[in-house]
Structures are given as structure tokens and as C-alpha cells.
Design a protein around this ligand. Structure first.
Ligand SMILES: *Cc1c(COP(=O)(O)O)cnc(C)c1O
Length: 459
């Protein structure tokens, strides 16, 4: 399988090269040249374990690795999860909850970043190269990336979070890691500012080459790939259990990475009825799928901070496929968006028949947490609650699997606001962080300042 850029300006490259490149050299995002159709494998796949299924899916895309290499990376990556099923699904009230938070940092980002950390190590061991990762985080990617690469030889990680805009637990999960190869940068700005700095630094090709820059944000194809697995795993299980021929998923969305992985599962032949895109007040994507207009507004800080994003980088991948892989059309759209901060694609009814979108504001999110706690004795984290709230509103006829993207113990204040009770959601690993020494570097939201910091630390 070869990988090409959405912007059409690069020669096809292998999976390993795509993983190391992160953002394509022409500023686009990497995608496989085609999506294999696996409809005839669904029955066989429905009885596989998580890691067996991961191997079957990933080998279609990572065909430049040996079977032994890929199986070892997968086994190592999911051995760190606290649940034997890696990502279990539970029936809770009217929906299914797909628990993606049993990894080291209690958010779904671990599913991809444990895999990516091991994949980097495998590839660097083969080439003898070094990698300096530049990342932006709205809260959870940061700690998951840190736990994916901390202490690894040949890798440094520079991770920017918006100062004061992540939850206290999220900040502590990042800054309490004081390994020499991890630099936590608190920038004076928003997640979108941090993401724009990543893109600027990657856009300076001589800087990128000189300092061997790598990416762990969902611009990296390996992250999307790792997330495709749980759509199949949960979808096949719920179809088997209910006898339904189709399933729907509800996905709390920020950067469009997670839901794009669901979209890939759909393109490969998983019978998805609806993909429900759920946002908080930062609803650029839900407005887009309802109106056909993609336009930026200001960022609102919310109780689901990992979704406080306006410009969703993976949306470019959907746009490219929507343009039927016409790079010229995609480039025109990106240029128009860059110049006017707005893009009109067309009639919302004809955009995409499987996508449905909606938003849940803070009041609805808190009410959903309260209702599930009181009626089902189940504590939803605020991100998951956004997805559940929109799923109940859209109510497709097929069974709905709601992605639980974080453990509620990461957001104790929101749980208390919703239920009036404290201590409902705790985790010993998170409690143990309190009082630990921390380290962070404060910088302005400026690409030049971040570049100078990177250069200084690498000397
Ligand atoms: C990152 C994150 C999201 C958003 O996922 P995207 O792939 O950016 O759309 C949702 N919930 C939680 C808890 C997250 O950490």
C-alpha cells in the first residue's frame, strides 16, 4: 500500500515513510491510495480478539513491515491496557458504550499513541535515525503521547498545550512526567494556535529536515489506522449480539480524527448506518454538516476541553475524499478557507448520507451525565456525554455505539457539577499524581519562539 498527499504534491511513499513524515511535505495529509474492501471477511473477523483483529486490519495498510514486526508492536501496545478486551463495549440504558479509556492515561488517545510510540521505536531501530516530535494538545493527546514515547531512545517530544485551558488532571498528567526527553510547553493561546504552530514548523522544510521533525497529532496516518480497529471490534460484536445488520456510532468530535477512523471503517465495508458527529459549543463541524458552510468562530472554553477546537485538521481528509480525490479542487478549497476563513461546499442534504451531526451545550451535557448516573448508575465523562446526548437526539433506528473517549476521573469538577456529588469517579493512578514534582516551559503562541526553544534544547 502506498500513501499519497491530499494536496497531490508528493510522490507515493510507504507506510513507514508516512508514519515518520507526519504532515506531508506539501502541507497536505497522507492517505492510502485506496481503501481495501473487506466485506467478505466480516464474519471471520467477528470472532477475533482485539489484537488479532488489529493485525488483520493493520497488515492491509502496513505491508512494508514483516508479520513478526507488526504483531510485536500490536502486542506490546495493548499489553499496557487495564482491560482484557482492550476496548470493551457495555449496554448502558438505551445505548452501547464503547469504553476506550483503559489505557495508561485514561483517554482514547492511548489506543493510537501506545501503538505509534512502539511503531516509531521499531522504525528508528531499523534506520538508526532520531526523531523530534512537535505536538499540539487540547489536553489528552499530550499525556498519551508522553506515555507513548517517554524514556525512548532517539526520540524527543515537544508538546504544546494552551496554558490554563486544560483540566487540572490533564495538566498534571503531562507536567508530572519529568523524563529528559519530554518538554511540556504551555503556550499563551488556544489549541488552534498550537496546531497552527505545528503546521508552520512542518511547513519550513529545511527546519523539518535538519531537526528530523515528527508528528503525533492525528495528522499522522498511524493514529487514524489504530483507531479504525475499535470500530470493527465493537461494531461486529454489537451486530452479533443484537442480530442487527447495521450499527451506528456517536463520536464526540474535535479534530475529526476519531470520527474519520469510523469513516475509514465504513469505506472498507463495515455496515455503518449513521456516523453521528457530536460537538460541544465549538460546533464548526456540526454546523458544516447541517448547512454545507465551514466557517470559523472564536473558541469557547467548555467542560469538554479536548473538543475545544475550531479548525479540525483531519477534516481535510474527508474534503479530499468528498472531492473524489481531486487534489486541485482540494487545494482551491484550502486556499479559499485560508483567505476568507470560510468555505461553502454545497447542499447539506447531498454532502454525505452516513454523516449526521449535532451539538450538545454545557446544560445538555450536564443533564446527560446526571441522567445516566441516576438511571443507569453509570458515570459518563463530559466528552462522552456530549456524544450520548446527540445520539439520543438523533435516534437512528440501528443500535448506537457511543464512544467513551475519556474516563470520568479526568474531569471530577464536571461530574460534581452534574450530580452534586464528589468522589463518584476516581482512579488510583490519577490520585497518585497529586503532589508530584512538575515541569513546564511557558512560551508565547509564536512559531519563531517555539522553533528557538526546540533548537536550544537540542543543542
Ligand atoms: C481528543 C479527544 C476528543 C476529540 O477527538 P478528535 O479525534 O480530535 O475528534 C474527544 N474526547 C476526548 C476525551 C479527547 O481526548
Amino acid at each position: 500500500m502506498k500513501y499519497i498527499s491530499t494536496r497531490g504534491g508528493t510522490a507515493p511513499i510507504t507506510f513507514s515513510e508516512a508514519v515518520m513524515t507526519g504532515l506531508a511535505r506539501d502541507g497536505g495529509l497522507m492517505l492510502p491510495e485506496e481503501f481495501p474492501n473487506i466485506k467478505d471477511k466480516l464474519t471471520a473477523w467477528s470472532s477475533l480478539s482485539y489484537t488479532e483483529l488489529a493485525y488483520e486490519i493493520m497488515k492491509l495498510y502496513a505491508d512494508d513491515l514483516t508479520e513478526g514486526e507488526l504483531r510485536t508492536v500490536i502486542e506490546k501496545s495493548y499489553a499496557t491496557f487495564r482491560h482484557p478486551e482492550t476496548t470493551p463495549t457495555k449496554k448502558v440504558g438505551p445505548v452501547y458504550i464503547l469504553e476506550l479509556f483503559h489505557g495508561p492515561t485514561f483517554a482514547f488517545k492511548d489506543v493510537a499513541l501506545q501503538f505509534l510510540g512502539n511503531m516509531f521505536e521499531l522504525i528508528l531501530n531499523k534506520t538508526g535515525a532520531n526523531l523530534n516530535i512537535i505536538a499540539a494538545t487540547s489536553g489528552d493527546t499530550g499525556s498519551a503521547a508522553i506515555h507513548g514515547v517517554r524514556g525512548r531512545k532517539g526520540i524527543n517530544l515537544f508538546v504544546m498545550h494552551p496554558n490554563g485551558r486544560v483540566s487540572a488532571v490533564q495538566e498534571l498528567q503531562m507536567t508530572s512526567v519529568t523524563d529528559a526527553n519530554v518538554y511540556n510547553i504551555a503556550i499563551d493561546g488556544t489549541f488552534d494556535d498550537a496546531q497552527a504552530i505545528v503546521k508552520t514548523l512542518f511547513g519550513d522544510l529545511s527546519f523539518k529536515d535538519k531537526y528530523s521533525l515528527g508528528a503525533v497529532n492525528s495528522i499522522n496516518w498511524a493514529r487514524v489506522l489504530a483507531q479504525v480497529v475499535y470500530y470493527f471490534y465493537a461494531g461486529l460484536k454489537v451486530m452479533k449480539e443484537t442480530g442487527s445488520e447495521k450499527i451506528s456510532f456517536s463520536v464526540p468530535t474535535g479534530n475529526f480524527g476519531d470520527i474519520f477512523a469510523g469513516y475509514v471503517a465504513h469505506l472498507m465495508g463495515l455496515p455503518i448506518d449513521k456516523l453521528i458527529l457530536a460537538t460541544n459549543e465549538n460546533d464548526i463541524l456540526s454546523r458544516f454538516f447541517n448547512t454545507g458552510v465551514y466557517n470559523v468562530e472564536g473558541v469557547h472554553p467548555t467542560i469538554s476541553p479536548s473538543m475545544d477546537i475550531q479548525v479540525a485538521s483531519n477534516f481535510e481528509r474527508w474534503l479530499y475524499l468528498h472531492a473524489k480525490r481531486d487534489s486541485k479542487q482540494l487545494c482551491d478549497w484550502m486556499q479559499q478557507f485560508k483567505e476568507t476563513k470560510s468555505l461553502t461546499i454545497g447542499n447539506p442534504d447531498e454532502l454525505d448520507e452516513i454523516m449526521v451531526a449535532g451539538k450538545a451545550d454545557t446544560a445538555k451535557t450536564l443533564a446527560t451525565i446526571k441522567r445516566f448516573y441516576e438511571e443507569c448508575s453509570y458515570v459518563l465523562d463530559p466528552h462522552t456525554a456530549v456524544g450520548v446526548s446527540v445520539a439520543l437526539e438523533k435516534a437512528p433506528t440501528s443500535p448506537v455505539i457511543c464512544l467513551a473517549t475519556a474516563h470520568p476521573a479526568k474531569f471530577p469538577d464536571a461530574i460534581k457539577d452534574a450530580t452534586g456529588k464528589s468522589g463518584l469517579a476516581t482512579a488510583a493512578e490519577i490520585e497518585a499524581l497529586k503532589g508530584k514534582p512538575t515541569r513546564k516551559f511557558e512560551l508565547p503562541a509564536d512559531a519563531g519562539a517555539v522553533a528557538a526553544f526546540v533548537i536550544e534544547k537540542l543543542q
